[in-house]
Unconditional design. Structure first.
Length: 138
């Protein structure tokens, strides 16, 4: 499960076909809000585009999170992990694509889920900072 960033913990969830899959997970907190960072890694059965509703429903119930106080972001990596750019800077951060997931919640069940790319430089910097922190408090 080395396809996840080092600060992520692998957790096993069940996809929409009820098959167990490993997903990278990191929970951070800022004030009363929670930030759940997720990464599917290379496992095809863990693709968020097809399984987001199933995965976050399990996460909300397991960790007893209030969906209205929780933000969900997905980290997609472009395979440049550990690579260095021409100026010697670690290119892994440049290869990160962040997506913020939105859902209409009915209790702990997400409906009408969609993902939008995180394009704000400030938001991307914040997510990269949380990603590299070794502790779970944001």
């Amino acid at each position: 499960m080395s396809e996840f960033p080092a600060s992520f913990s692998p957790i096993q969830l069940h996809n929409r076909l009820n098959r167990p899959v490993w997903v990278g997970f990191k929970l951070a907190r800022r004030g009363s809000r929670h930030l759940v960072m997720l990464s599917a890694g290379a496992e095809s059965g863990a693709k968020f585009s097809k399984n987001f509703e199933t995965f976050v429903g399990q996460i909300v119930r397991e960790f007893k999170l209030d969906p209205e106080q929780t933000d969900f972001v997905e980290l997609r990596q472009d395979g440049a992990e550990g690579a260095e750019s021409s100026d010697g800077i670690d290119a892994a951060a440049e290869a990160h694509n962040w997506f913020r997931w939105h859902a209409q919640w009915v209790g702990s069940a997400p409906m009408e889920c969609k993902a939008d790319p995180v394009t704000s430089e400030a938001a991307r910097n914040y997510l990269e900072e949380v990603l590299t922190r070794s502790n779970a408090a944001a």
